[in-house]
Design a protein around this ligand. Structure first.
Ligand code: ADP
Ligand code: MG
Length: 250
């Protein structure tokens, strides 16, 4: 499989005397892969996500995105890569309070420039329909549910058609029915050929992935390849993940 992101022996710490939050970690993310990352709180999952996306530089080792060493990119190139190469969804959607839902979703494409506003709006509306929030265009972000807000966050993350979607506990604030609905969307996004890299503490969420990485103290200590969607029931996959979680004490 062709690599999308390659991390080689990366090290990250927050201060010279501090322990390494990411400790000599090596990881290949293949194009089109769906990876979930699990691990105890403080094990370095979010830090890894920031390092892989180039949002936060590493102190040692190397991260490459589509064959390009991130540390060699200019600020401008890095900003462009973050805008068009990667989408992000967080536990709390970071939508802007002074914009309605539609304008929030359009924002990344407007910032990138080069497209007519009407074209951008059309694409945003199409994503809203697809994710089940059509009709909420004019709502304020305080006038929709948590699940609807997360769907809007997903639409926004996809606006510039990035090859990879990163999620840091994107279902952490949702109730269990909404979790499944939002995860159906992640599965759909993956089925369309995008790479998905998801941090989660929920075995049912991780069971959507093809590969689950388990982190402890800044290292990947376990890795499980899950049977392809067709083989093995969801419960089998969840069971397998729970067993591993127990083993490393999550
Ligand atoms: P996780 O997402 O697995 O819960 P994090 O990656 O957020 O863990 O954090 C791992 C460790 O790094 C924690 O001990 C945390 O306190 C520390 N850490 C994370 N970000 C910073 C930061 N900006 N400054 C100092 N320490 C940090
Ligand atoms: Mg975290």
């Amino acid at each position: 499989m062709e690599n999308l992101i390659k991390a080689e022996n990366i090290v990250k710490s927050f201060g010279k005397k501090e322990r390494n939050v990411i400790d000599d970690l090596t990881l290949d993310i293949g194009k089109g892969e769906f990876i979930a990352v699990m691990g105890p709180s403080g094990s370095g999952k979010s830090t890894l996500l920031y390092a892989l996306s180039g949002m936060d530089p590493v102190q040692k080792g190397r991260v490459s995105f589509m064959g390009k060493d991130l540390s060699l990119l200019s600020e401008k190139e890095k900003a462009e890569m973050l805008r068009t190469g990667m989408g992000f969804v967080f536990q709390q959607p970071t939508l802007l309070k002074n914009l309605n839902i539609l304008d929030n979703i359009m924002l990344p494409a407007c910032r990138r420039g080069g497209e007519k506003r009407e074209i951008i709006a059309q694409r945003a509306r199409a994503y809203m329909e697809k994710t089940g929030i059509g009709g909420l265009e004019d709502r304020e972000i305080t006038q929709v549910s948590g699940g609807q807000l997360q769907r809007a966050g997903l639409c926004r993350a996809l606006m510039n058609n990035p090859p990879i979607l990163f999620g840091d506990e994107p279902t952490g604030a949702l109730n269990s029915r909404t979790v499944e609905e939002v995860m159906d969307l992640f599965s759909l996004i993956h089925a369309e050929g995008r790479t998905v890299f998801l941090v989660t503490h929920d075995a049912r969420v991780a069971a959507r992935a093809e590969r689950v990485l388990f982190m402890a103290d800044g290292k990947i200590v376990e890795e499980t390849a899950l049977p392809a969607m067709g083989g093995g029931t969801r419960e089998d996959r969840v069971g397998l993940i729970r067993k591993k979680m127990e083993k490393i004490g999550i």
